[in-house]
Design a protein around this ligand. Structure first.
Ligand code: CMP
Length: 135
């Protein structure tokens, strides 16, 4: 059934000039853009988005990274969009992600892994509410 999911093209995607490459994969798959905005977030906003990770040891450098420059926040819509986006993104660690996926093709890092996609419909609803409260 049709779902919406929250996608971030993280600061490494913008910095490396890969916005077009990454966005075109979602578009070519057939997902629709519902919202799209370039934004630089604060540490407090990062903490809200990554609420389930704030106590992890990898979080402080992750927070520094996601606040390090502009990122592109998007809401994508389509049939089974949550799972479809996660499949396109590939495994979290770019070194292990399968070729053909965004991370597998374009990232060599576990932190600077280019994209975020909501991990469930419930997470998507929460994250869309944070990033695009008007939707
Ligand atoms: P994301 O899908 O946005 O969800 C949490 C993020 O934390 C993840 O992508 C990575 O950017 C980062 N991350 C997860 N695990 C690790 C780890 N072990 N080391 C560094 N960064 C991580």
């Amino acid at each position: 059934s049709t779902q919406r999911t929250l996608v971030l093209l993280k600061p490494d995607t913008v910095r490396r000039g890969l916005v077009g490459n990454v966005l075109s994969r979602f578009e070519a798959k057939g997902l629709s853009l519902v919202a799209l905005e370039l934004r630089t977030i604060t540490a407090a906003q990062a903490d809200e988005h990554y609420a389930e990770h704030v106590d992890r040891d990898f979080y402080p450098p992750l927070r520094d990274f996601v606040t390090s420059g502009p990122l592109l926040a998007a809401v994508l819509e389509g049939d089974e969009a949550v799972e479809v986006v996660r499949a396109l993104n590939g495994a979290t660690d770019g070194r292990k992600a399968a070729p053909g996926t965004i991370r597998g093709d374009l990232s060599l890092s576990n932190r600077e892994n280019l994209v975020h996609g909501s991990d469930s419909p419930e997470s998507a609803a929460r994250e869309i509410g944070i990033w695009f409260p008007g939707l």
